[in-house]
Design a protein around this ligand. Structure first.
Ligand SMILES: [Zn+2]
Length: 371
């Protein structure tokens, strides 16, 4: 029921591309830039389908998918006050309660639905969570999946991918090496590269997090949204979602988006400071494997999402991660190291908050996945 056909364009060369794209990047061989919506989606609250499961209540606000979406119940996760007795309006959006334990389920579910009816193997390269999500939805859709992971990815994440029945391809080297291996395999005609980094559908599905926060706060936007940033699909998608609400005049101001990285791997912080050099960024190991991405291909778009919302980039020292996980667990929230980063960022952000600001932390992944 979407009103107009949905169109994409290349962020670099403006090449128009129809929805759904046949490959996740710009089709021009000399460009291969990231695809994004030709224009921002305009939100319309009348199109929310209240009886639909999970994030599919927003089906008519997203690019078209089949009438009966393949779903495991992803989305519509709880938004809860972190400290109900405190004066501060601090909320957590608990994405650990998605079917595979991370926010990536939204993107994976959405992409699986864009290829209904096509006989294709689905692949992705992932540090673990995106791979587990794609493996689960491939299983649900009775499709073959092949996931490229760093050999050093957490065992629990690899085990989860295998259990869903996906083929696991363990690649030696860093995340860039893993992405390269997937890119080569994706040249096969029977392969759909469900790239959580490049495929615009992935970030588009993340808009539903913004829309849910807006609904769950009683149809208003928070002043701040704090999230971990690795490859940027969550950051970009949340921005698009709030932008769609702003464009339709449901909210006045965009929330300020805070991208949290680790001090051992903070390419976005370097980019904002003007010291980042693409492909040359050196990272040190971190327990927060979800943000261990030294050279995010869409770094310029990530920086734009932060700048255009008057947001910030915050880095967390390695030593603070475990204690933050413990602090969150003692409030009842069991999260993996990457998901602890937004809470760890609070002390650095307190001076920037105003009295009565509503602050939302996105808890991205479950503690069962990585200690
Ligand atoms: Zn292009």
């Amino acid at each position: 029921m979407p009103v107009k056909p949905f169109k994409l364009r290349c962020r670099y060369c403006n090449q128009p591309v129809d929805w759904p794209p046949q490959q996740p990047r710009c089709p021009r061989p000399t460009c291969r830039g990231p695809l994004q919506p030709k224009r921002n989606i305009t939100f319309d609250a009348h199109l929310i389908e209240l009886a639909a499961t999970g994030m599919w209540r927003y089906r008519h606000l997203l690019p078209p998918t089949p009438d009966n979406p393949i779903t495991l119940g992803e989305g519509w996760t709880p938004l809860l006050r972190l400290e109900p007795d405190s004066d501060q309006l601090l909320y957590v959006k608990n994405e650990t309660l998605n079917p595979t334990g991370s926010f990536k389920d939204r993107g994976a579910a959405f992409l699986i639905n864009t290829i209904q009816g096509q006989e294709k193997i689905v692949i992705d390269d992932s540090s673990g969570n995106a791979g587990a999500a794609l493996a689960a939805y491939a299983a649900r859709a009775e499709r073959q999946a092949r996931i490229f992971v760093p050999a050093a990815a957490p065992e629990a994440k690899k085990a989860q991918i295998r259990r869903y029945g996906a083929e696991l391809d363990e690649v030696e080297g860093d995340r860039d090496a893993v992405a390269q291996a997937a890119d080569i395999f994706a040249q096969r005609a029977d392969v759909f590269y469900a790239s959580h980094v490049w495929h615009p559908g992935y970030a588009l599905a993340m808009q539903t997090i913004a829309w849910e926060i807006w609904e769950q706060l009683g149809r208003r936007a928070p002043e701040w949204v704090i999230l971990p940033a690795g490859n940027g699909s969550l950051l970009r998608g949340v921005r698009w979602g709030f932008r769609a609400l702003q464009k339709a005049k449901y909210i006045k101001e965009l929330p300020r988006l805070v991208a949290v990285q680790v001090a051992n791997c903070a390419p976005l912080a370097a980019f904002m400071a003007g010291t980042y050099r693409a492909g040359r960024f050196q990272a040190r190991p971190t327990r927060a494997d979800g943000v261990a991405i030294p050279n995010p291909p869409l770094i310029e778009a990530m920086a734009a999402a932060v700048r255009k919302t008057r947001g910030r980039v915050v880095t967390i020292v390695e030593e603070a991660i475990r204690q933050t996980q413990i602090d969150l667990a003692q409030k009842g929230f069991y999260v993996e190291p990457t998901a602890a980063l937004p809470y760890a960022a609070l002390p650095q952000l307190q001076p920037h908050f105003s009295l009565n600001d509503t602050v939302v932390l996105i808890l991205t992944g479950h503690g069962f996945k990585a200690q």
